[in-house]
Design a protein around this ligand. Structure first.
Ligand code: C2E
Ligand code: CA
Ligand code: CA
Length: 563
């Protein structure tokens, strides 16, 4: 008999598993060494005690007891009951254990159970760590976009019940590239993590700060009882104040500004994706409004209904083919010939019974993301126009405008390629106009796209040149063939000495770099003369020709010598 017990014990110890024998009500009848070690108690301290009371923490106890009771009631299959519940270790620490409870029968009757366990604490911790990595940014330890989106969804669900407000702030560091470029990535990382800490400190513990990547941060303010715009603007102000003090990185002081875009629920958007998009668009607006400080822009017009119906109408405009392109001629200054046209978007809104200029709807389209579909329509329309004119022996260089938001689409070039292929348009007759600020603010992102467009055979022009303070070294590297001088400079030419000097300098720069220069907004003879004297190559403006519908501009186009 003693021999039998010893043999059984040997087997229990040899298995390496944690083994606990229980009677039908859960009293410990037997434990092996591994179980004693795990629970930090001697065999004598455990036998005769209620296992669930002495070993299982409060929160897991009911579930563990229930699984055991089910087994004792004969509700489990032949291979027992599998359940994961924690135990309290000797040092009071919680260990997670995966258990198999098997029924023991004596003479056909249930006499108790054997619980065999495997300590999975390490594995669980690793799994948690992996989960943490999947939901957090490695540099700052902040939640990433995925986790933020989850929180945003939950907050939206809560606010549907409580009708509390939500605000989402999209922060983007101004001039971050400068730090990265001049001091290297390590310093850039350092600055980012310090900045994240400061922003974190400027916000409430319940606000969720996330880093979706790059030099951007997202801040979620949920369960707001006050007007969410007011709260968001106050928080933005506090963040701005926290960034007043410069950062010291590598012995250099950096005064860092941020652009903050704000979108709020329920005014701007109802779902998580829309709120994220709105905040992103608003951030770009903030950037465009002012740089070098903290710029804040909250989306939406005064009346949300008006805004909604406006974007709904714009969406419909696209579906109902209410968009038109007008073409403004571009002339060579030396020879006076029409060499190209710029496609400018118009919306024939039947409700207003007139052509709506792009300034009235493009900002909204950019905020709502509709610009991507509209921009796509423009590319297609321009390709078709090029082919139609070519069939008539007309081959003007056709420029078209692309908004920064379109450029950020990964498939932008692919779409252009597809339209070219579908229409048979000649890419060498097409020029993409990109604003200087959009292109050179984040060259690392835009440069590959510019190269791809260039390889497709399209020309590239920097629009509104001179207004974006771009770095010349960047410009030299980019495959940009044309600089379009911002209209605001020309306005005061030739009266203002300063404006004239700027235009002259840009023209000289263009010549030195071997780029074409187009002066936009030429309205007077005096301006035209000045441009001719300064050897500007091309001119565009009301003096020379207004934007016209295609059939009217057609009459002005010279016949190409070669068909
Ligand atoms: P932009 O690219 O700078 O286009 C030139 C604008 O200057 C046009 O305004 C044109 O009508 C106007 N303009 C031309 N000559 C003169 C002049 O002598 N005097 C004055 N005062 N203005 C002149 P428009 O057509 O209202 O377009 C405004 C802006 O809307 C464009 O500025 C461009 O940024 C944007 N836009 C136009 N079409 C599109 C498009 O298809 N896609 C995108 N993303 N943006 C577009
Ligand atoms: Ca343009
Ligand atoms: Ca322009």
């Amino acid at each position: 008999m003693q021999d039998d017990r010893d043999r059984a014990r040997d087997i229990l110890e040899a298995a390496g598993a944690i083994i606990v024998g229980l009677d039908p009500v859960g009293t410990v009848t037997l434990v092996n060494r591994a179980a004693c070690a795990l629970l930090g108690r001697a065999e004598a301290e455990l036998t005769g005690e209620d296992f669930f009371d002495v070993a299982v923490p409060d929160d897991d106890r009911p579930a563990a007891r229930l699984a055991f009771a089910a087994l004792m009631a004969g509700a489990a299959g032949p291979d027992g009951t599998h359940v994961e519940h924690a135990v309290t270790g000797g040092d009071g620490a919680r260990r997670t254990v995966a258990w198999t409870y098997s029924a023991v029968r004596e003479d056909g009757a249930l006499s108790g159970a054997v619980a065999a366990g495997q300590d999975t604490t390490e594995r669980c911790r690793q799994e948690e760590q992996i989960a943490h990595l999947a939901y957090h940014d490695a540099l700052t330890g902040l939640p990433n976009r995925t986790l933020l989106r989850e929180h945003l969804r939950l907050a939206l669900a809560r606010s549907r019940r409580t009708s509390a407000g939500i605000a989402l702030l999209h922060l983007d560091v101004d001039g971050f590239r400068l730090v990265n470029d001049s001091l290297g990535h390590a310093a850039g990382d350092e600055l980012l993590s310090r900045l994240a800490v400061r922003v974190r400190e400027a916000t409430r513990a319940t606000d969720l700060l996330a880093r979706p990547g790059g030099d951007e941060l997202l801040l979620l303010l949920a369960d707001l009882r006050e007007d969410p715009v007011t709260v968001a603007q106050r928080v933005a102000g506090e963040i701005a104040a926290a960034l007043q003090e410069p950062f010291l990185v590598d012995g250099t002081e950096f005064q860092v500004g941020v652009s903050i875009g704000i979108s709020v629920h329920p005014r701007d958007a109802r779902d998580a994706e829309d709120l994220l998009n709105h905040a992103d668009a608003a951030m770009y607006r903030a950037k465009a409004l002012a740089r070098g400080g903290c710029a804040v822009y909250a989306t939406a017009a005064v009346d949300p209904l008006e805004r909604l119906s406006m974007s709904a109408r714009l969406r419909r405009a696209l579906a109902r083919d209410e968009l038109r392109l007008h073409y403004q001629p571009i002339f060579g200054i030396g020879h006076g010939e029409l060499v190209g046209v710029e496609a400018l978007l118009r919306w024939h809104d039947p409700e207003r019974g007139r052509l709506v200029p792009p300034g009235d709807f493009i900002p909204l389209a950019e905020e709502t993301g509709l610009i991507e579909a509209i921009g796509d329509w423009v590319v297609r329309a321009v390709c078709e126009q090029q082919v139609r004119w070519a069939q008539l022996g007309l081959r003007p260089q056709i420029s078209f405008n692309v908004s920064p938001r379109q450029l950020r689409r990964l498939d932008f070039c692919e779409r252009v390629r597809r339209h070219l292929a579908a229409t048979g348009a000649d890419p060498s007759r097409l020029t993409v106009e990109l604003t200087e600020s959009a292109t050179l603010q984040d060259p690392a992102q835009t440069e590959p796209i510019l190269r791809e467009l260039h390889e497709l055979g399209l020309g590239l022009a920097l629009d509104d040149f001179g207004s974006g303070y771009s770095s010349l070294s960047r410009l030299i590297e980019l495959p940009v063939g044309t600089l379009k001088i911002d209209r605001s400079f020309l306005r005061e030419v030739p009266e203002s000495h300063e404006a004239s000097a700027v235009v002259t300098a840009i023209l000289r720069l263009g010549r030195a770099l071997g780029r074409h220069t187009v002066a936009e907004g030429v309205e007077t003879e005096a301006q035209h003369r000045f441009l001719a004297e300064q050897r500007c190559s091309l001119a565009q403006g009301f003096l020379l020709g207004r934007p016209l519908p295609p059939e009217e501009v057609e009459a002005l186009l010279p016949r190409a010598a070669v068909g």
